[in-house]
Write a protein that binds this ligand. Structure first.
Ligand code: DC
Length: 229
């Protein structure tokens, strides 16, 4: 098994940016598992597939799961389905509003968790971010983090991120959406959002992205040297 870093936490805690930065410094791969749940949501909405229709949902998952791929485009990680770049489409508010329902579905989780484990095994090192990476997907990860931040901070970060991408969100609506999504992620039966027992918990409310990346990298390096000893 290569060196594995698990980063979990609620929406907008800065996981993706931190995970991307850490992977870059450590020169290992990065997987945004939230993007995978978003891509299934996007395609289910596009094809009118309901989460309750097990037959249609399994057909959809079967068709797409082997085609989901990550590629770096101009320094940014993009999610592809075959040769289709879905990176922008999966960030729409419609996908965001529906993704927690899709992510609570056992069939969806079965297919995506298997894909995530396969990806992790295919690389010499990986940083994976999500909600259940330390508690379920990579149970034996070398180091696990749980990033949190106040609801206000998290909504503001999501807001800035979306504005940068050309969307025009409302901060109040975003705060409501994030709160609802957190609640669904925390309360669901399957792999609910919670820190792993062996996770390092970091409250990033008063830290810059750069500071969080530095802390995470330092702790990973420490774990790497402990592993060699
Ligand atoms: O990180 P994000 O906001 O892009 O994640 C989208 C949704 O996917 C989020 O509401 C929870 C879900 N998710 C999950 O259940 N398990 C993961 N490993 C990653 C994301």
């Amino acid at each position: 098994m290569g060196f594995q870093v698990a980063i979990d936490g609620p929406a907008g805690a800065g996981k993706s940016s931190v995970a991307r930065g850490v992977a870059q410094v450590l020169q290992i791969s990065y997987v945004d598992t939230g993007a995978m749940y978003r891509s299934v949501t996007y395609l289910a909405l596009l094809q009118g597939v309901q989460a309750s229709n097990t037959c249609q949902l399994e057909k959809l998952l079967h068709q797409i799961v082997t085609k989901i791929d990550f590629q770096v485009v101009q320094g940014e990680q993009h999610l592809f389905l075959g040769d289709m770049d879905l990176s922008d489409s999966i960030r729409s508010q419609e996908v965001t509003r529906n993704v927690s329902t899709i992510a609570a579905n056992s069939l969806v989780r079965k297919y995506l968790v298997q894909k995530q484990r396969d990806l992790a095994l295919s690389w010499p090192g990986v940083v994976m971010d999500g909600r259940d990476i330390g508690t379920h997907v990579l149970l034996h990860a070398n180091v696990k983090f749980f990033l949190t931040a106040s609801l206000e901070q998290r909504a503001k970060r999501r807001y800035d991120e979306l504005v940068k991408k050309g969307f025009h969100p409302s901060l109040t609506e975003l705060m409501g959406d994030i709160e609802r999504r957190d609640q669904m992620d925390i309360e669901r039966d399957l792999s609910p959002l919670r820190p792993a027992q062996d996770a390092i918990i970091l409250d990033t409310s008063c830290l810059t992205q750069h500071e969080v990346i530095e802390m995470v990298v330092a702790l990973c390096r420490l774990r790497m040297t402990q592993g060699e000893a």
